[in-house]
Design a protein around this ligand. Structure first.
Ligand SMILES: Nc1ncnc2c1ncn2[C@@H]1O[C@H](COP(=O)(O)OP(=O)(O)OP(=O)(O)O)[C@@H](O)[C@H]1O
Ligand SMILES: [Mg+2]
Length: 544
């Protein structure tokens, strides 16, 4: 008969089991919650760190890396690294600790058997390492191809109108995408095969270890130096070694993926800048005297450029007194944009220096230098967002009076006031909801808003009709007063009133002087001017 005491004992035992199960579940929950918190914090701070480093990377860096790779590293690669951390914290480290703990326990039970088990491990580790190397290589290739796919996609969607208007969809699909997908397919097969081979190979090498172990234990039992009880306990402990080994093996893929992704991210985090922001000068009350002193430049900066014909700009030397306007003219590809970009320190000269009020630009803090310059680039880029955000770019506390002033000065106010929402109008990605001329006017307004000492216009009015251009020109004559102005314009009629003209040919200055001096000289400038006048493509009015 089962007594009352038995029932109460059973209840106590069941309650104990329930208590321990609950405690274990709670501990597991706490472990997962802590790990999830660590991973999320890590992911957020890595994304922030990566984005902030990329924001401050120099222009040269962006010429050498594809947009797709950057997108991939900021999104998927960060996730892979987070998964690596998760695997380490959640599975790999606990399994490794369990594996070592069981091994130590077994060693105390039977040192010779444990040593023979350890003796077979190099075989297991070597096969595992070999497989891991194959896995690592195929992971690398796979992630490179994933980056190329991201590049193709971002390029395609950004240029969708171009692709559609030239009917290039088939080419994109059947040539560009097909090539990448074919590569992706074969690399995926290789990756999946090596991934699938890991567990079987580990199992086979493990079985070999057990075989050696059995032979050894038979020998020890035969010699009488191992009791059958110890042998049974030892063999049962092996089961506790299998579990962590399997976990380690099944996490190998996550680890390799994470390692490759981390390498990519680390490269972006620690790339050495070509334009180092190590200057300390923060110039005040700048007048705006600009001097190019024997400046030479080539885009192939890492190579030693011995042949001067490789220079994009060669021995550029000229002075622009504060408050003067200078026009840079020359045929397409002669180096006009490059010269302006050197002034803003998007690159550094290979030789020579650029000075503002006698201070080498490299000695100034990059942010201070850029604050001095209002740059209107050739392609008038806009960021996604409102017109207001685009004019007061980077400002959190926007001065609306200055915004109105800048918009009116750039002849942009008329069209802005007609748009739905006015300054709140969403320009679309890259400004796709505006015309080329409207984008240019916003880019001009942006430069005016910053109230810089030096204004730089690179073909800033090339997309405007004659009337808008004339309106901007007269407004800019007022804005440009007491500022140093650099202007690139193909339409020479627009620059006849500048103080100075630099004529570039194949990266060299072939003429420099006032417009009247150059006209008298009857050289290249006079020739270009005559050619344009005879084409009768002249815009009424002039820039200055
Ligand atoms: N990022 C770059 N990498 C390599 N070469 C470049 C790069 N940008 C420009 N170049 C080359 O440098 C030379 C000068 O280019 P730049 O853009 O300064 O000419 P440009 O005078 O402004 O021409 P355009 O009137 O057509 O705007 C060209 O031969 C061009 O191919
Ligand atoms: Mg240019």
């Amino acid at each position: 008969m089962i007594g009352k005491g038995f029932h109460s004992n059973l209840l106590v035992e069941t309650a104990k089991i329930l208590f321990f199960i609950s405690l274990r579940s709670l501990a597991l929950f706490a472990q997962d919650a802590i790990i999830a918190r660590v991973i999320t914090e890590f992911q957020v701070s890595l994304r922030r760190d990566l984005f902030s480093r990329l924001l401050y990377r120099d222009t040269v860096f962006y010429y050498n890396v594809s947009c797709g790779n950057l997108l991939y590293s900021c999104t998927s690669a960060v996730e892979r690294v987070s998964k690596l951390l998760y695997s380490l914290l959640h599975s790999f480290i606990p399994s490794f600790v369990q594996f070592c703990g069981v091994l130590v326990y077994m060693f105390f039970m039977s040192p010779p058997l444990t040593l023979s088990l350890i003796g077979t491990m190099p075989l297991m580790l070597t096969t595992y390492n070999l497989l891991e190397r194959v896995l690592l290589n195929s992971t690398k290739r796979l992630q490179e191809t994933a980056g190329a796919l991201s590049s193709l996609l971002s390029d395609t969607f950004r240029n969708i109108r171009l692709i559609q208007s030239y009917g290039a969809q088939k080419y994109m699909l059947e040539y560009k995408l097909k090539n990448i997908l074919t590569q992706l397919k074969s690399q995926s097969y290789q990756f999946e095969y090596s991934k699938a081979a890991i567990v079987p190979i580990i199992t086979i090498s493990y079985a070999l270890s057990v075989l050696v172990l059995l032979l050894m234990s038979a020998y020890l039992v035969g010699r009488g130096s191992l009791s059958s009880t110890t042998l049974i306990t030892f063999v049962s402990s092996i089961a506790f070694l299998i579990e962590p080994l399997q976990v380690i093996a099944s996490n190998a893929v996550e680890l390799r993926n994470g390692e490759v992704a981390w390498e990519l991210i680390r490269g972006f985090l620690h790339a050495r800048p070509q334009v180092a922001d190590i200057g300390t000068d923060e110039p005040q009350n700048v007048k705006g005297h600009v001097e190019f002193r024997n400046v030479c430049f080539s885009y192939s900066m890492e190579k030693h450029v011995s042949n001067e014909t490789d220079y994009v700009l060669s021995h550029i030397q000229f002075n622009v007194p504060a408050g003067n306007s200078v026009a840079i003219i020359g045929h397409s590809g002669s180096g006009k944009t490059t010269l302006l970009e050197l002034l803003s320190r998007f690159y550094d000269p290979l030789r020579g220096s650029i000075l503002i009020d006698g201070v080498d630009c490299r000695n100034m803090k990059l942010a201070s230098l850029r604050k001095l310059i209002g740059f209107v680039p050739q392609d008038a880029p806009l960021i996604s967002g409102t017109i207001l955000e685009n004019i007061a770019l980077g400002e959190i506390h926007i001065d609306m009076n200055r915004v109105y002033y800048a918009a009116k000065a750039a002849n942009a106010w008329d069209f802005i006031s007609e748009l739905e929402g006015g300054f709140s109008y969403d320009v679309g990605e890259g400004g796709c909801r505006l015309s080329g001329g409207q984008k240019q006017r916003i880019a001009i307004a942006r430069a005016v808003y910053t109230d810089p000492r030096i204004l730089v216009f690179d073909e800033a009015t090339s997309s405007l009709d004659a009337e808008s251009e004339a309106a901007i020109q007269s407004a800019l004559q007022v804005i440009a007063k007491n500022r140093t102005v650099f202007i690139v314009a193909h339409r020479l009629s627009t620059i006849q009133s500048v103080d100075l003209i630099v004529v570039l040919e194949k990266g060299r200055i072939i003429e420099f002087g006032t417009p009247s001096e150059l006209l008298k000289k009857n050289g290249k400038y006079a020739e270009m001017l005559k050619a344009q006048f005879s084409e009768a493509s002249i815009v009424e009015g002039s820039f200055w």
